[in-house]
Write a protein that binds this ligand. Sequence first.
Ligand SMILES: [Zn+2]
Ligand SMILES: [Zn+2]
Length: 429
Amino acid sequence: MNKLLPLELLGWGTSDVESLPSYMLRSAYWHGVSGSMFIRHVLDISEHKFKSNDTWRLGKDGLITLARVNLLSRVTRQTLRDSTGHEMSCEPLDFLERHVRDIGCEIGGFRWCPECFAEMERIGAPLYFKQIWHMRAVIRCPVHRVCLLDRCDKCGSAQESLSARLLVGSCVNCSQPLSKRKHELVPADIAPSWDCAAHDILEIFERASRPGMVGKGMCNLSDFVRAVEEFLKRENKKPQVCPEVHKFVEKYARNWKTHCRLISLRRLAYLMNLTLFQVLACAHHVNPMLLTTVNLNHLPEHLELRKKTFRHHEEIFQKIVKYLEEQENPPTLKQVAEYANVSTGYLSHRFHNLAKKIVENHRDHEERRRLKDRQNAQSAAVGFFTVVRESGREASRKEAYRVLREETGLPKWVLKNAIQTVYAAIHFE
Ligand SMILES: [Zn+2]
Ligand SMILES: [Zn+2]
């Protein structure tokens, strides 16, 4: 049996449970190897045989992969448990994964709360990144209510390296402790206690943090949503049930698979005036009283529905090509986007090659124009000083600028530079 140093997954069984990428970095450090080497070793000794196309990507992508629930993280946790003798599960993530089809999109790279790190330092505990800090919905530390940081406060680097040269808690670039802040906190940095957009996610981390804390619900989630829909149908004639919400729930019930993303379920819970935890645990009855206060128009900002716009891409493409042909000078990407009534992001994403070409053409054109301006300015300056000299007098650079600016209309600094060059050449002789 392969053995690894018996490091524990810190905060296991609590809402402060350590994230898997954090554990891998800590353990790699104590094994004296890099994070990627350590991960490779763990996968080598695992019982799962990864296929050659299950390539392990390093850097930020690798961290994000491990912070999610997927085959790689499952195999890693299992292998670590077998090799260290410690529990390695993350119950809140497993709870979410049981009900939600896609929680991956909500999870990003390393972020941290400097105050939490400072507290860990003060009691001499090892520093670690908490799983909850990976949840994109969580913007502030639930304990200190300050915004999480994702860049070192001293040098501004993101903590994405897997080198494991330093212990978790020091900047991978400048070694400064991540618990240090450049500026002291002021009261405005701390959010009021009632202002927490991610309270539904926090509740899940608190209530589902120990194994066995959450029993199986009375039914599964899709049945539950269907039951709500039935209920709304029956109640629809009563004025307190908002018809929009009814429609919304109906859409969910009909097309369950596409709507089972975390953000959609958070929205659904909000509209039904239940907490996300209540919806996911399915262990409750719908109270008609509760359904009276919600309305689609009153969704908080973080749950608002994003309007999908349908575009006829081919038409837009043709329109742009025609526009480009008509232009005398190559326009900027922004001008093209404005003309076609789309965003530059849309152009780069949808017509990648065309957008690249537009940018290049404009840049080349600008460069040629600047070169031509410089040449014109220089020959104008030479002409001016020659004529003045032939007439037997001297002219100042100021006078040259005044005359040439009027004659040529060239940009100020192009002219000034050309005049300076020619003037210096003449007076050097
Ligand atoms: Zn904190
Ligand atoms: Zn730094």
